[in-house]
Design a protein around this ligand. Structure first.
Ligand code: CA
Ligand code: CA
Ligand code: CA
Length: 295
């Protein structure tokens, strides 16, 4: 009996050893690994407020079989419009845990409330190894395909019905500027201002320019713009030479305490409403118009 029991044990050991060997060989067989392919951009809620600071979202990429290839969380970076970078492990030939160029991928986002959003990136396929695809992800539902999040539409419509701008028999239209501050209802909602309060709108609240050409830092010849910012939003400054031409183009600027030019001011979610000043880069233009865009 003793001998027989011993045999069983030896047999079990042999089987488990052999399984172990197979697993081991799969895991360490070197795939023809290539440089990762990267998705990056902003993950935002339905009102286009970026996940940042205290509100983190997790982004996950899987292959067609549902195997998770990579996972990352949103991060906070004040001077960039990006809050995520998802690197997809790439290989030149099929291998577990890697994607090959052209492979269909599935990107899922889990928001701060634990809700999982699938299919958030259309045609998410692996590109050239080492490549980068900039893609913003809005966690919302647009069942009727009008380009406006359905829940946001309902919220704005309800607020309109309770506001002084409601008129019996009128149909709610989010592209209208009900409070007459020059900005449409939907654009106000996306910028974080109140669409039913004419005093609340994204505006340049201060502008200063002291002789000569525009200076790079906050010195005597600085050209400075000040506007109110809200946490979770990103702001760009645009410049035109002529209002009839409407030749708006992005205008680089520096932030207080830095000489590094940036194109976007991205405000961490945890920051409350606060006026911010940016300094425009030098230019020889004799005349210029400026506007600020929130996203
Ligand atoms: Ca919709
Ligand atoms: Ca308005
Ligand atoms: Ca307003």
């Amino acid at each position: 009996m003793k001998f027989a029991r011993c045999n069983v044990v030896q047999m079990a050991f042999a089987i488990s050893y052999s399984l172990f060997t197979i697993n081991y060989s799969l895991a360490t067989e070197p795939p023809a690994a290539a440089t990762p392919y990267t998705f990056l951009g902003r993950v935002m809620d339905s009102t286009h407020v970026a996940f940042d600071g205290d509100r983190a979202a997790t982004i996950e990429v899987s292959d067609e079989q549902g195997n998770v290839l990579s996972r990352t969380a949103t991060f906070t970076r004040a001077d960039s419009r990006r809050n995520y970078a998802l690197a997809v492990p790439m290989s030149t030939s099929a291998a577990n845990g890697y994607a090959v160029q052209g492979a269909a991928l599935e990107i899922e986002v889990t928001d701060d409330l634990g809700k999982v959003w699938s299919g958030v990136v259309v045609d998410a396929s692996a590109g050239v190894p080492g490549g980068v695809r900039e893609v913003d992800i809005v966690l919302g539902e647009d069942a009727n395909g009008d380009g406006i999040d359905d829940a946001l539409y309902e919220r704005l419509k309800t607020e309109w019905e309770w506001s002084e701008y409601w008129r019996e028999g009128e149909t709610f239209d989010p592209t209208k500027d009900y409070d007459g501050d020059g900005i449409s209802t939907i654009n106000e909602a996306l910028a974080g201002t109140n669409p039913y309060d004419p005093e609340d709108a994204l505006r340049i609240t201060a502008f200063s320019h002291t002789g000569g050409t525009r200076s790079r830092t906050g010195g005597a010849h600085a050209t400075a713009l000040t506007f109110d910012t809200l946490g979770g939003h990103a702001y760009t400054v645009e410049e035109a030479s002529d209002l009839t031409l409407q030749d708006w183009k992005p205008c680089a600027f520096t932030l207080p305490g830095s000489d590094t030019p940036v194109n976007v001011l991205s405000v961490p979610f945890s920051d409350g409403p606060v006026p911010r000043t940016v300094y425009l880069l030098p230019s020889n233009a004799s005349k210029a118009f400026f506007r600020v865009r929130a996203e």
